[in-house]
Every structure is written in C-alpha cells, then in structure tokens.
Design a protein around this ligand. Structure first.
Ligand SMILES: [Zn+2]
Length: 285
C-alpha cells in the first residue's frame, strides 16, 4: 500500500468515531484516491525528458520525364465529328502504338511507381511510360484490353462514377475484370465537371472524395489516382485531391516533364490516331 492509501485509511478511522455522514464522504475520497493513484505515477514518469522524434527529412526535389499517355475512345473505325475523331484512336493504331512501346524498350509503369520515385527516392526503369484511359468508355474495355493483355502492359482507367454501367460505358463487372487483369482504377470525378469552376467546397469534395469512396466500396480496392476532368484544376482542387487521400492527381495535355511538387498536377499527353506523331510525343523527352 502506498503512503497515500495509508493516509486515507487513517482518515477513515478518525471519521468513523465522528458520524456516519462523514464516513460516507471519506469512502468516496478513498475510491477516488485508489483510482487516481495508478494514473499518477506513470503520468509523472511520462514527463521525464525523452528523446524528441526526429523531424522527417523533406524529400529532395526530383524531376523526371515520363510520358503519361491519355486515351479516350478506342474504336474500330475512325469517323464522326472532328471532336470525336480528336478523342479517337483506332484499335489498329492502338495495337501499333503498343507494339512500338514494346519494340523500343519502353517500360510501362504505374502511378504508384511514379509516386514512389518522388516520395521515397525509388528509381524508375529506363524509358518509363504510363498508359491511361479517361471517362470509362466501353470501347476501352472491348478494344484496348486485348492489346494490354497481349503485351502485359498495366494501365489506369479513370472512370466517372455516375457513368458506370450506362450505355456506352464500362460496367461494374467489367471494372472487376480489369482489376483481375491487373489494371488500376482511378477516379475521374462523379459527373465530369470542370473542377476549377466549382467554388463551393462541399460540391468539390463530393466530386473528389465521394467518387473515391464509391469506387472503393464497390470494388473493394484502394483508389489512389485522380484525373481532373478536362484537365481543369486550381489550387483548391489539388489540395482537396491530396486531402481526400489520393497519391497522385493527373492533369492533361501539357507535356512529359514532372517534378516532386507536381504530384497532384501531373502533366500528360493526349494520344493522336497516328503512329508517327505518337513516336514524336515519346521522343520529346
Ligand atoms: Zn474526361
């Protein structure tokens, strides 16, 4: 028994000789003392000088050139409006482009490898390249996946959660198949707005965070990549992508050079329906 308890015990004897009312009060004090006691000593110990945790060293600013390829429609025919054609690569040309990557010694990497390069200093393979698909068009599943499987290339499919399962778009079971094939699923928002034009933080959060949780709960995998619809973002959007728990944010159409500070605003190139232009994009390293 500690000195503190001994003192309380003596106090009881004293009050018992007085009156019942005081005894009751004294018991209450003993209870408090007994409960408080074990907390007191460790608390004092915890105040002993302890080594302060080392301040994490900020990673050095790194730079690299990695073409992040952006595809939309992978169609069997090249027709329709100029807008549609601009976003179309035929299955034939897509196959040629994948073969070119293979024959030229390119290494297809994932966004997590790129994030590891910036955050943990891991090295990238020679001639790294990233393959991405936007919007979740079903033609990507039908016409691109066979080539990706043929060359064992991993790609990230950025899907718009409100579109999933609608006519012309990839369905939930197809997304599961993509995961089984080793592909990555990223978020491309809930309804594909221009995020830089959304002023209400709650609406922005819904597009960025809720799309992530919808995908994660349906697919039961972590979703760590976000692509800004139309490549439209501002500081509020990039900060929110970071706060929502993503590892990277991908913009569009502004080159192949990246730095550590761009992890939530990565540049990308929209791939044309042309093998020669495709080669030039890659060589712009
Ligand atoms: Zn899009």
């Amino acid at each position: 028994m500690t000195i503190g308890r001994l003192c309380m015990a003596s106090f009881i004897v004293m009050v018992v000789s007085s009156s019942g009312l005081h005894l009751s009060w004294a018991k209450q004090q003993i209870t408090i003392a007994a409960e408080a006691e074990p907390l007191t000593s460790p608390a004092i110990d915890a105040q002993q000088p302890a080594a302060l945790p080392e301040k994490p060293t900020p990673p050095e600013k790194r730079t690299t050139k990695v073409p992040i390829l952006v595809y939309h429609h992978i169609r069997l025919i090249y027709d329709g409006s100029p807008g549609l054609r601009r976003m179309t690569v035929t299955a034939e040309v897509f196959g040629q482009q994948m073969k070119f990557l293979q024959d030229s010694g390119y290494h297809v990497i994932t966004f997590s490898e790129l994030a590891d390069f910036f955050e943990q200093g891991r090295e990238l393979p020679t001639l790294p390249v990233l393959i991405t698909f936007d919007d979740g068009w079903v033609t990507q599943y039908e016409n691109a996946l066979p080539f990706l499987a043929k060359y064992h290339f991993l790609a990230t499919f950025f899907v718009v959660t409100n579109y999933i399962g609608h006519r012309g778009f990839i369905s939930w079971p197809q997304l599961q198949t993509l995961l089984t094939e080793g592909m990555k699923i990223g978020s491309h928002s809930r309804s594909h707005p221009r995020l830089a034009k959304i002023a209400d933080p709650a609406l922005l959060w819904d597009q960025i965070y809720n799309s992530k949780t919808i995908l994660e709960s349906q697919l039961e995998v972590p979703v760590a990549e976000f692509a800004y619809p139309y490549g439209s973002y501002n500081a509020a959007a990039t900060e929110m992508v970071k706060a929502a728990g993503y590892r990277v944010g991908r913009g569009c159409c502004s080159g192949v050079a990246h730095t550590s500070t761009d992890v939530f605003a990565l540049r990308a190139v929209m791939v044309p329906n042309d093998l020669t232009k495709f080669q030039k994009y890659l060589e712009a390293r």
